[in-house]
Design a protein around this ligand. Structure first.
Ligand SMILES: C[S@@+](CC[C@H](N)C(=O)[O-])C[C@H]1O[C@@H](n2cnc3c(N)ncnc32)[C@H](O)[C@@H]1O
Length: 246
């Protein structure tokens, strides 16, 4: 089974319980706060006009935090169960400004994405739809080809748009402990390396690139042979991976 298929199966199984894990909620709230610090639209009053694409939207933890402050958001996620959980929440609100599709996005002009944009954003224009902001939380480490996904994100943006992506940092061998052993299959990267993300963003065409620690999440980890002994919770730095399409 491919890592993608493993992930899709794992996240479909975990979707119903996803939001009841307090660490998922805490880390998403911190990601949301970081996005508001980095993306100018949240500081200069322009966020209400922003059309957002979210890669790996899951149950919508981040999407539903963003929703009141933006124009609209389309999420893509490869796990059917995550999309169902997202849609269960969506059914409970009137006039939702967010939507999610079960899709592996590898092309900004993807007919599946463009059809969703035409329907949801009422974009009847001849030109393919482009976004003001791409966000993604805790998803990059599940994507094997980061160079390729950064290029796709670049293509999905309008000029002047930006990416604000959050994930835990690969700070060395202990970073592997973010996932218990049982959840390691399907993990493509045990965290994101700063220098790698920075280089790949620049190669994709981004400007004003910043890859830096945005916050720290503390959580319990299992004791493991040949690893440091951890009293209480272990600290995991989270990176903001930011760049602008000039
Ligand atoms: C750790 S979960 C995070 C979900 C959500 N962002 C959150 O923080 O609650 C990773 C998510 O990425 C999705 N995913 C994995 N690979 C993906 C890919 N190539 N494209 C889009 N979504 C993907 C998974 O299905 C899962 O929903």
């Amino acid at each position: 089974m491919s890592n993608q298929a493993l992930n899709d199966s794992r996240f479909t199984k975990e979707a119903a319980e996803w939001d009841s894990n307090s660490k998922h909620v805490e880390s998403t709230q911190q990601a949301f706060d970081a996005i508001k610090r980095y993306v100018p639209g949240f500081k200069n009053g322009q966020s209400k006009t922003m059309r957002i694409l979210e890669i790996g939207s899951g149950t919508g933890l981040l999407s539903y935090l963003l929703a009141p402050q933006i124009h609209s958001l389309i999420g893509v996620d490869t796990a059917k169960g995550m999309i169902s959980a997202f849609n269960t929440k969506r059914a409970e609100i009137s006039n939702p400004n967010l939507s999610a599709i079960n899709h592996l996005l590898t092309d900004p002009d993807s007919p599946v994405l463009q059809a969703a944009c035409a329907e949801f954003e009422s974009s009847g224009a001849a030109e393919p739809f482009r976004f003001d902001l791409v966000v993604s939380h805790l998803t990059l480490h599940h994507i094997e080809d980061l160079a390729s996904v950064f290029k796709t994100m670049f293509g999905c943006l309008k000029r002047g748009g930006c990416v604000a992506l959050t994930d835990y940092e690969d700070f060395g061998r202990e970073a592997v402990r973010f996932h218990p052993v049982s959840k390691r299959p399907g993990v493509e990267h045990h965290g994101i390396k700063r220098v790698v993300a920075e280089k790949l963003l620049l190669e994709a065409g981004f400007e004003a690139v910043r890859v830096e620690e945005a916050y720290v999440l503390r959580k319990k980890v299992d004791e493991e042979e040949e690893m440091e002994r951890v009293e209480g919770e272990m600290a995991f730095p989270f990176l903001m991976v930011y760049g602008v399409k000039g």
